[in-house]
Design a binder for this molecule. Structure first.
Ligand SMILES: NC(=O)c1ccc[n+]([C@@H]2O[C@H](COP(=O)([O-])OP(=O)(O)OC[C@H]3O[C@@H](n4cnc5c(N)ncnc54)[C@H](O)[C@@H]3O)[C@@H](O)[C@H]2O)c1
Length: 439
């Protein structure tokens, strides 16, 4: 352990296995991207772990190593991937159907993509109503299904030769769910699994299996999943890091860039109307009002927390915030998101901002998956457990301790992330005070 580290970080030796429930657009874009990067066919654009630097000490010190040279992360070359899906398509077939990456690129990495055959899923159509696939496990109870996932995880660990694993939920958005009695304690949850409680979602069965196996878990969807006391208690008891929820990619990413700027300059807001057209399978699933409700809650919470209308009623009280997603097949994964932002300035004079973001959802999500895998593995090797708030940077609805409100401002999130890395390595935290330069 280097002399000044605050925590002992075990080295990243051996392979790191990545397990994804869901082998759809995001997963296949991530896996194909990894293989392309391993072969020098592309760059990991959008990945903080691969491209960002971190400033250490004073601005005059000139110390800005790459993040990946500063903390001991697993290498991209050491990642091996596996997953589950309700469709038996290999990652190659699924990537072709998702239509995100070009066929010529997919053909260059077809060998590893064809080798990724999803394991049969734990699935319940009551939780994702627009999907029904044939590749699903059967079990007498939800506990039996959890045991089957534990067996899958352990067999992947053996067959891949991975010395450590991380699980990232890249499956569909489930119907809206509130915490219920069965989610309160580990005992309640396990009794619920044994009794096949309808309140336990498939994503929660995967998360439970991951935690049972000591595997860190990140939730890429807005599903409730690990955001319940029972699974958080289990994560702490078993020293497993968890993070969520809902990858912060397109429109919400921009919202958390623009809203802090408006607030910083004390400009008011009367309304923010956001609409999207999206034609991939995610869009099809979100066409069901019950799944959309889960997404809507996640997208809506952002502005309230950033703008703090309770502190600034004259600027932000009762602003209108509307979010719509329309399933529009011709667009495929190439989503278009429009924002109309009604703001006001000096003496209340109104102004408008219009944003038209022609984004590619999975292109934005893939580097987030990579960073979460590498950082959750780092956290586990550093002995960090339970909710990893410093990873809020990656999520639309960051998980926090129950008594805290989440930080949505992306610049605060970035500072939190980098200060956590500095803290791990015993470097001074950066406060941006700066008076010492003028003494
Ligand atoms: N792409 C983005 O920018 C982005 C951003 C935030 C959140 N997300 C979320 O990430 C998730 C994945 O997005 P996507 O675009 O890859 O969607 P997708 O529909 O292409 O892929 C999801 C896959 O999960 C599978 N699936 C559903 N339930 C499952 C289960 N119980 N077990 C195993 N597999 C299951 C589906 O069959 C599908 O193949 C979605 O929940 C989406 O809302 C995506």
């Amino acid at each position: 352990m280097p002399q000044n580290d605050n925590v002992k970080i075990a080295p990243a030796t051996g392979k790191l296995g990545v397990l994804t429930p869901g082998v759809g657009a995001v997963t296949t874009t991530f896996v194909a991207g990894l293989e392309a990067i391993k072969r020098g066919l592309g760059q990991p654009v959008g990945s903080l772990t691969q491209l960002a630097t971190i400033r250490l000490g004073k601005r005059t010190d000139g110390r800005t190593p790459l993040v990946k040279d500063f903390v001991p992360l697993a290498e991209v070359n050491d990642l091996v991937c596996g997953g589950w899906d309700v469709f038996p398509d290999t990652a190659y077939e699924a990537a072709l159907k998702a239509g995100v990456l070009e066929r010529t690129l997919l053909d260059e990495v077809q060998e590893p993509l064809k080798a990724l055959r999803p394991m049969p899923a734990v699935f319940d159509p009551a939780y994702v109503r627009r999907l029904d696939g044939p590749h699903v496990k059967k079990g007498a109870s939800k506990m039996e299904l959890a045991e089957a996932l534990v067996a899958d995880i352990e067999s992947f660990r053996r067959s891949s030769g991975a010395s450590r694993l991380v699980m990232v939920w890249c499956g569909s958005t489930e119907v809206f769910q509130r915490p219920a009695a069965v989610h309160q304690t580990v005992e309640d949850f396990e009794a619920g699994l044994a009794a096949s409680s309808q309140d336990i979602a498939p994503s929660q069965i995967y998360a439970y299996a991951a935690l049972r196996c000591g595997v860190p878990f990140a939730n890429g969807a807005p599903n409730l999943t690990v955001d319940i006391p029972a699974l958080q208690e289990m994560a702490r008891e078993r020293d497993v890091p968890i993070a969520g929820k809902d990858f912060k990619t397109g429109q919400t990413f921009l919202k958390t860039l623009i809203a802090p700027g408006l607030k910083a300059r004390m400009l008011g807001l009367t309304g923010w109307f956001s609409t999207n057209i999206l034609g991939n399978r995610d869009g099809e699933v979100l066409d069901d009002p019950a799944s959309f409700k889960t997404k809507e809650e996640s997208k809506l919470s952002v502005l309230e927390h950033i703008l703090q209308p309770q502190l600034y009623p004259s600027l932000y009280e009762d602003f209108h915030h509307i979010v719509r997603i329309n399933y529009y097949p011709p667009r495929g994964d190439a989503k278009e998101g429009w924002d109309n932002i009604d703001i006001f300035g000096w003496l209340g004079y109104p102004m408008q901002i219009k944003v038209d973001f022609l984004c590619r959802d999975s292109i934005l999500a893939a580097p987030i998956v990579l960073d979460l895998v590498l950082f959750l593995d780092l956290a586990q090797r550093a002995g960090m457990r339970g909710i990893q708030e410093w990873l809020s940077f990656y999520f639309k609805s960051p998980m926090t301790a129950p008594e805290l409100y989440p930080e949505h401002d992306i610049f605060i999130q970035l500072m939190k992330l980098k200060n956590t890395l500095r803290w791990m390595r015993g470097e001074d935290l950066i406060t941006h005070l700066g008076l010492e330069y003028y003494d």
